[in-house]
Design a protein. Structure first.
Length: 245
């Protein structure tokens, strides 16, 4: 019997992602063709690692869909990216990840692009691994349990607090993937530090909805996933509120 709770989910017994061979090459993030090809190529590496440890725990695994465009589009859960935004999104309705390569790299409206933080493709691939983390949450029952709890919450602050724990957990899962491919991607110590810097610059900013966690806590949970590489270490639901603010 699978445990689909937030705090004691069956997924937390899965342990570490295995080392996966996933050489990235030298894709240019400013080329839609090259970046899209890299995203789809590394998605197979994500499949290989997550399928193995989830199936070992009796969790049914299936590959998510992908809709990657050079500009923008409309998916099953709305426009991507959102107006003035850059972030990709995972839609649980059809288990598909949507992303605009130009928005992610170059920015949109007032939102800076990830390419302004680093021109190394590992930053964007780690963001796609975060979206895959939402797929992992979906398959393990974490998503449905989070959503039901969010619907029961009677305050906006309560809903936002739950959203932050949900998003920071996906960041932690994404970091586990980057660690699992570090030897072959490769993620050198210098590139690892680039990722740590990257995650100190993404998250909620003043004036924006506080639904993804502060930059400091995005950095905290990325480091947690990368350095610990254990699913139970990504259990944001038992973490102190100060680490998920």
């Amino acid at each position: 019997m699978l445990n689909t709770s937030l705090t004691n989910n069956t997924l937390y017994r899965a342990g570490s992602l295995p080392r996966v061979s996933c050489p990235a090459g030298s894709a240019d993030i400013y080329s839609n063709t090259q970046l899209k090809a890299l995203i789809l190529k590394t998605s197979r590496c994500l499949d290989k690692g997550w399928a193995q440890i989830m199936r070992q725990q009796g969790i049914d695994w299936r590959r998510p869909g992908y809709a990657i465009t050079s500009t923008k589009g409309r998916g099953a859960c709305g426009d991507f990216p959102s107006a003035g935004g850059i972030v990709p999104y995972y839609c649980p309705r059809n288990e598909t990840i949507y992303a605009s390569t130009s928005a992610m790299v170059r920015g949109s409206g007032r939102s800076l692009g990830y390419g302004q933080l680093t021109n190394w493709h590992g930053g964007i691939v780690s963001m796609m691994a975060h979206e895959y983390g939402h797929h992992v949450q979906q398959l393990s029952g974490l998503s449905n349990t989070w959503w039901e709890k969010s619907l029961r919450s009677t305050s906006r602050s309560g809903k936002l607090a739950l959203s932050r724990r949900f998003e920071l957990q996906a960041t932690c899962f994404g970091a586990m993937f980057m660690r699992s491919v570090s030897a072959t991607y490769p993620v050198t110590p210098a590139r690892r530090d680039t990722l740590y810097y990257f995650y100190s610059r993404v998250g909620d900013w003043a004036g924006a909805p506080r639904d993804h966690g502060s930059p400091a806590n995005n950095n905290r949970w990325f480091r947690q996933g990368y350095e610990k590489n254990k699913t139970f270490q990504c259990n944001t639901w038992l973490a102190p509120a100060s680490t998920t603010s």
